[in-house]
Design a protein around this ligand. Structure first.
Ligand code: HEC
Length: 185
């Protein structure tokens, strides 16, 4: 190689490397637009985090707080009002029993399930299995992130308690929810 060839070779190489690093660096920092997110979720291309912790408004690890009895009590009230129509703690109702749910699923998964139930049922691999098993989607509305935390504390507070008969289940005998008036999303 002559000297000028050599210079040209290294100049080309450095340009190529610069471009390569710019592209690679860009990959790591690129944020998804809402449309890209939507397209990825509906095509079932979930990240490992989403497979473990669900899809919905909770998109990163949440620091788990110490069990709070006032939150758990508020969660119980919500459970009786909003969940007990379809769930008992110890036996199957419309949906699965939930006594051991905080052992089986992460806090983030449970929160995403109550905040984004239908999307979880449509696009999450575990959610899809549950929908197939129970032959029905979970539909729920009007749950805030604070409510999801209260429900999580209630479920956590019950996890190690012994099973109780059906008549003693929280919310036993509550009437079914009013018919769904808004279309499913
Ligand atoms: C209209 C009936 C209905 C209501 C109301 C309902 N659920 Fe569900 N739930 C279901 C069904 C059916 C499933 C299984 C199908 C699925 O996962 O979508 C389910 C699944 C779940 C799961 C996932 C269980 C697992 O093993 O992965 C959790 C957690 C849950 N429900 C919690 C709740 C909580 C908490 C509430 C109240 C805020 C609630 N549900 C209200 C019907 C309901």
């Amino acid at each position: 190689m002559t000297r000028s060839h050599c210079v040209r070779f290294f100049m080309t190489l450095s340009v190529l490397l610069t471009v390569a690093f710019a592209v690679l660096g860009g990959c790591g920092t690129k944020t998804e637009t809402p449309e890209e997110y939507q397209a990825r979720i509906t095509s079932g291309n979930l990240t490992d985090w989403e497979v473990e912790h669900g899809i919905g408004p909770i998109k990163a690890d949440v620091e788990i707080w110490p069990l709070d009895n006032a939150m758990a009590a508020a969660g119980k009230e919500l459970f009786v009002k909003k969940c007990a129509t379809c769930h008992y703690l110890d036996m199957r109702k419309t949906g699965p029993p939930l006594r051991d749910i905080t052992k089986r699923r992460s806090a983030m998964y449970i929160m995403n399930q109550v905040l984004n139930a239908e999307i979880m049922g449509k696009y999450h691999p575990e959610g899809k299995k549950m929908v197939a098993q129970y032959a029905q989607f979970m539909t729920i509305q009007g749950i805030t992130e604070e409510n999801a935390r209260q429900l999580y504390d209630f479920l956590r507070s019950e996890v190690n308690n012994p099973a109780v008969p059906e008549k003693d289940q929280p919310g036993f005998g509550v009437p079914p929810p009013p018919p769904q008036t808004t279309p499913a999303n």
